[in-house]
Design a protein. Structure first.
Length: 171
């Protein structure tokens, strides 16, 4: 009886060790992605590799302590264009009620009107950053961060961005 219990215990521990190691390896090898979805013509799922292929620009913003931070990334406008979001000359009338909800991996959310992201309406360039000071973003900041220059507080510069969701505002 003791041999059977020992054998069963050994077998179960080997199974759970193998199973948990496999799950950890799958999670570690899965590349993070930001999903662009909602009122889009084409849903996107952009990985760091995908973002690296797009033209990057620099953006500077102040942190909570007022210190300047230097980031590199892709203008959100360019990402939204790839997804077929209504922008430019088409952003008028009812389309001006569209907005982008930015969601982080911890559930934090902020909102931007599409006009805030469109160079037809503004000179400010908001980026989806993948680098700070020429290096990949640190854990708990990246792999993707929304960088919003020229705001008095960094509250809308979202860490660990997971989704860009385009929606119509409702009454």
């Amino acid at each position: 009886m003791k041999k059977n219990i020992f054998a069963l215990t050994l077998l179960l521990s080997m199974f759970f060790t193998t199973f948990s190691t496999t799950l950890w390896a799958q999670k570690a090898t899965k590349e993070a992605a930001v999903k662009v979805e909602g009122e889009v013509l084409k849903t996107l799922s952009l990985t760091l590799s995908d973002l690296a292929k797009l033209p990057h620009v620099e953006a500077i913003m102040k942190d909570r302590d007022g210190q300047l931070q230097h980031y590199s990334g892709v203008p959100v406008f360019e990402i939204l264009k790839q997804a077929g979001v209504t922008l430019g000359k088409e952003l008028k009338g009812e389309n001006l009620t569209k907005y982008m909800l930015v969601r982080s991996s911890d559930g934090y959310e902020v909102v931007f009107s599409l006009a805030e992201l469109d160079p037809v309406f503004t000179n400010r360039v908001i980026i989806l950053a993948d680098q700070k000071d020429g290096k990949p973003l640190a854990d708990r900041v990246g792999p993707f961060r929304l960088v919003v220059p020229d705001e008095n507080r960094p509250a809308r510069s979202v860490l660990e961005v997971s989704n860009l969701i385009i929606r119509f505002a409702k009454e």
